[in-house]
Design a protein around this ligand. Sequence first.
Ligand code: DX5
Ligand code: ZN
Length: 217
Amino acid sequence: MIVAPSVLSLDYTRMDEQVRDLNASGAQWIHFDVMDGHFVPNLTFGPDILKAYRKLSSLVLDVHLMVEDPAFFADVFVRAGADVITFHEEAVKAEQIRPLARQIHALGRRAGLSIRPGTEVQVLQPWLKDFDLFLLMSVEPGFGGQAFRPETPQRIQQLKQMLKEAGSEALIEIDGGINVQTGRLCRQAGADVLVAGSYVFHHPDGIGKAVSSLVEV
Ligand code: DX5
Ligand code: ZN
């Protein structure tokens, strides 16, 4: 399983040490939540913080844009070192989605499309061949530490089937409320990437143990 610890929950008084723990943990990706205070009622990191991660780590930098203007921020975060840029279907008009995927690909990066828990999986149908990954939110975007939505595994199965029928090899990434129990349900349903914030950074046995329990979930 690809594990993408969400640095929304990292302890910023110990950033250096915690990123070293991540580098040694078996995590392949670092998940970086960008919130603009408009698309979601919270405000997080700008590109200079991502540059710091780029200096400290060679892991895949997985940027999750929860912003109203992903076309602008895609360029900004690619320049700062992002490897994967994911934006929300709900943030843009339908006719902007394919051009935005092309814009990200033209910058030489992987493109992802995300939906909130209340958005039908079916809305992804027109773009199954345009993206490298689809991010299903398993909590309402905006904050860490929320409970996993129980309808998620069934949404993963539905997307898995759609991707198979379309002949797409896109990855399925799940974000929100992930721990060993919910992570296992996601793996069984067909998920490829698990994002986990509070579980990884608040684990009593440390970051390394938390990550390996999800890698082997
Ligand atoms: C929420 C973010 C998540 C968040 C997950 O909007 O997209 O990546 O960090 O946090 P946990 O794992 O604590 O639910
Ligand atoms: Zn996220």
